[in-house]
Design a binder for this molecule. Structure first.
Ligand SMILES: [Zn+2]
Length: 205
């Protein structure tokens, strides 16, 4: 079975805090009525839909998309279903799971069941993020447009990004059950930026 866990990008896509400035803009720059060919221009924030964050997003002079290694993104992943949680993914929750060094973890939350932005989206709490850091995981993904929510100083992002842990945001995991899968994550090859949109699929093992 193949699961496409990426968000479709359209002018109506859900965006962070429903901020209209963050909506992607689609412009038909040439059409068959006005020219010989059809062409579209898209203007969009790189944190639109399913994407990876790099340290520069939170850290001045931090590393960018240039550090990305595809071999880290084509890997086994453990999907943990925490869709019963209403607030944050907390330390007690992550401690119950089998998490080992170099694991790549995806959290399935209630966010996957909403096609509109949830003001109370489930996020990864600071203590849980620090626990994952101490476990030396390779990467972590979540189905919200942010991996944290209104945490002063962005401690979740920093615990992960300062330790080279890959962050994926905006996954769609409604159809995916808790299990281990093969992930193929292919971010757009954009040089030297703080985030890259990605197409991501999971395959049954
Ligand atoms: Zn982001």
């Amino acid at each position: 079975m193949l699961y496409d866990v990426s968000m479709p990008i359209s002018p109506e896509i859900q965006v962070y805090r429903n901020n209209p400035d963050k909506l992607p803009k689609f412009l038909t720059s040439s059409s068959h009525d006005t020219g010989e060919i059809h062409e579209t221009e898209i203007t969009m924030n790189l944190h639109t839909g399913t994407h990876l964050d790099y340290p520069l997003h939170m850290v001045k002079n931090g590393a960018t998309s240039d550090v990305e290694e595809l071999r880290d993104l084509i890997t086994d992943v453990k999907v943990f279903d925490v869709s019963y949680l209403t607030e944050s993914i907390d330390l007690n929750t992550v401690k119950k799971f089998d998490i080992q060094k170099d694991d790549f973890i995806l959290f399935k939350t209630k966010n996957s069941y909403s096609e509109t932005f949830l003001d109370d989206f489930t996020y990864l709490g600071m203590d849980a993020a620090r626990y994952l850091r101490d476990r030396q995981i390779k990467g972590v993904g979540i189905d919200g447009l942010g991996i944290e929510r209104s945490q002063k100083g962005h401690p979740t992002h920093l615990a992960l990004l300062e330790n080279g842990i890959i962050i994926i945001e905006g996954l769609r995991l409604k159809e995916v059950k808790q299990n281990t899968y093969k992930m193929i994550c292919l971010p757009l090859k954009i040089k030297n930026v703080e985030a890259t949109p990605a197409r991501i699929i999971l395959l049954d093992k």
